[in-house]
Design a protein. Structure first.
Length: 347
């Protein structure tokens, strides 16, 4: 139903308009008594064999929603009915910001891909907290944190600290986003010295809290093996809890869409099927080279149950959807969980 009827209708609109339309409708329907129960009965699979305990948290299933879809934690209740094992909100910044000029998100239907240069558009961390305070219990939430565009790169640590302290009580784990290609100079923070400094600072803040929350690092797929080696070393040295691999790519190789059309869309991060192989390569490299020293959340180009299994077999402990969710719909979550269950050896 989704791919034959709903997606063609939504694709008549711009990506941002379609996004607002979907959740406006879902929010209204969710207020109808019994609607959420019906949706859960279709998409949610409860089975002990799907549970995963990773960095001290027990997830009901390993299929999560990647950051960027629910930037301001507005739709947690609606999304939780679709079968996700966890939801990552953000990227959030200390101050509200509009993000980059529109249009800033584009579909490449022939490639089942997106190009976006959203620029961390969000309503700010205080607005997010107001929503998270009233969220339903039992939904695992990750907080993806970043810096404001106006904050000089040399002061970036302060922005991450503000978000970390503000959200600490309200999320189950943190993801430090230094890998978005859409905030000027942000990827400089992936370099060894500034990244070590940032993560050590957040780790020290975490140690002052009554309850420590897992801290993960989200990395770009465009890093070389030498840079990935540095990332592995930094994670081990700083003793953070894991990696999210990967963010969007600035590469444009191997696309079906013609070069002129792609170039006309301008800068931005590419996600979707063209990222499938590279994201898996990064996961496998990190997992193998580190000897599975820490957990990995695998994300990038998961459009089918087989794509998901490749990520898990490459070394991912959990996975996340974004572009695949847009192209394939919520049935993808159910299909992945069924595929995982089919691999379980029954006694």
């Amino acid at each position: 139903m989704y791919t034959n009827f709903i997606k063609p209708f939504l694709f008549l609109f711009s990506p941002e308009t379609a996004h607002r339309l979907v959740f406006s409708v879902l929010s209204v329907l969710n207020k109808i008594p019994g609607f959420g129960v019906i949706i859960r009965s279709i998409y949610v699979i409860k089975d002990k064999n799907l549970e995963r305990t990773v960095f001290g948290i027990t997830f009901p299933n390993p299929v999560g929603l990647a950051a960027g879809f629910d930037k301001d934690a507005k739709y947690i209740d609606e999304l939780s009915t679709l079968g996700f094992g966890f939801i990552e909100v953000g990227t959030v910044t200390p101050l509200p910001q509009e993000g980059n000029e529109k249009p800033r998100c584009f579909r490449l239907p022939n490639d089942e891909a997106l190009i976006n240069r959203m620029g961390f558009n969000n309503e700010g961390v205080q607005q997010m907290i107001a929503r998270l305070r009233s969220r339903k219990p039992g939904i695992i939430i990750g907080g993806n944190i970043g810096k404001n565009k106006i904050t000089p790169i040399e002061n970036a640590v302060n922005d991450y600290e503000i978000c970390f302290n503000a959200l600490h009580e309200y999320v189950d784990y943190f993801v430090v986003n230094v890998s978005s290609p859409n905030t000027p100079n942000l990827r400089q923070l992936q370099e060894k010295e500034p990244l070590t400094k940032l993560l050590m600072h957040l780790k020290s803040l975490n140690n002052t809290k009554k309850v420590q929350k897992p801290i993960l690092l989200k990395i770009a797929p465009d890093l070389t093996n030498e840079q990935l080696d540095d990332i592995i070393e930094i994670v081990i040295i700083t003793k953070i809890d894991g990696i999210v691999a990967t963010n969007t790519t600035i590469a444009r190789e191997g696309l079906i869409t013609n070069n002129e059309q792609v170039s006309a869309l301008g800068m931005g991060g590419l996600s979707g099927k063209p990222l499938t192989a590279r994201a898996t390569e990064v996961i496998k490299y990190i997992s193998t080279k580190s000897n599975k020293a820490f957990p990995i959340i695998g994300v990038g180009g998961i459009h089918s149950p087989d794509d998901a299994m490749e990520k898990l077999n490459a070394g991912a402990d959990l996975i996340q959807l974004y572009t695949g969710f847009i192209y394939e719909g919520p049935g993808l979550i159910t299909a992945i969980n069924k595929k995982i269950l089919s691999t379980v050896i029954k006694p």
